[in-house]
Design a protein around this ligand. Structure first.
Ligand SMILES: Nc1cc(-c2ccc3ccn(Cc4ccc(CN5CCCC5)cc4)c3c2)n[nH]1
Length: 246
């Protein structure tokens, strides 16, 4: 997968040189390219923002630099680029969304700052490529960079070869399958006793059936405590599938 990131803060993405994603880049699984938006400004001050039409607080990012940057970044590779626009007003980013994005050959991230990017940029890009506005949560960041890091990390760890067999994305909470849509319960490792706390004996029993039942019970308990609304969804899905079978 090729990932292009356009930002006025390229240094924000130094973390993508580290750890799993850094190794995936070295292995050629991921091709991450950073672009400084100011490279597509032509005035002495490299201006990227201006006051909002209609008044209001703050500044808005000018369309011209974005138009030129997106043209340049998507011109050189035939694979259809999908433009990802982090924004507080986007569709909620979920694990399902990450799985869909991990199937794409190319993602281009436009990291806004100030109060956002002139709306005509997304409208113009949509004439040439799929554009997705997405939110990573109901809170307002200072710009799109942190959201882009979250999406790139979530998507990258789903790519074959990125996670060693030491980790596995299959058992992720929100993953489909046996523990579908449940939060994962507690995890333990050696020593079996630490600061007077014992690891739950079932985990040392070697009885894999009992271990699976215990883990499912813990996942249900944690989901009921932290995300009860997920249980309602799960119950509704179960009822629906039972109704379909009847
Ligand atoms: N999930 C999530 C994503 C983000 C995010 C993503 C990109 C940008 C670019 C700039 N900002 C700051 C920012 C500040 C204020 C407003 C709200 N204003 C009210 C009137 C016009 C706009 C919007 C945007 C971002 C924030 N935040 N949270």
């Amino acid at each position: 997968m090729r990932i292009d990131i356009i930002t006025i803060f390229p240094d924000y993405f130094v973390p993508l040189e580290l750890s799993l994603i850094g190794k995936a880049r070295e292995a050629g699984i991921l091709d991450v390219r950073l672009h400084d938006l100011r490279s597509w400004t032509h005035d002495r001050h490299n201006t990227v923002d201006d006051t909002p039409y209609g008044g209001g607080p703050g500044m808005v990012m000018k369309p011209e630099p974005w138009g030129e940057a997106l043209d340049a970044v998507t011109a050189d590779d035939p694979a259809p680029a999908r433009l990802i626009l982090p924004t507080p007003s986007g569709t909620p980013f979920t694990q399902e969304h990450a799985k869909r994005l991990s199937q794409q050959p190319r993602l281009v991230f436009a990291c806004g700052r100030y109060e956002g990017i002139d709306a005509r940029v997304a409208a113009d890009a949509a004439e040439r490529m799929p554009v997705e506005e997405l939110s990573i949560g109901d809170y307002v960041l200072a710009g799109g960079e942190a959201a882009t890091l979250v999406v790139v990390e979530t998507v990258s760890r789903l790519l074959p070869g990125v996670l060693g067999n030491a980790e596995s994305a299959v058992q992720d909470s929100f993953a489909s399958g046996a523990m579908e849509n449940l939060l994962e319960g507690p995890v333990y490792t050696k020593p079996a006793r630490w600061r007077d706390q014992e690891v739950p004996p079932v985990l040392l029993s070697g009885d894999h059936g009992a271990v699976d039942r215990w883990r499912r019970h813990e996942a249900l308990r944690k989901t009921a405590r932290n995300r009860p609304e997920l249980l309602r969804e799960l119950a509704a899905q179960r009822l629906e599938s039972m109704d379909r079978r009847d």
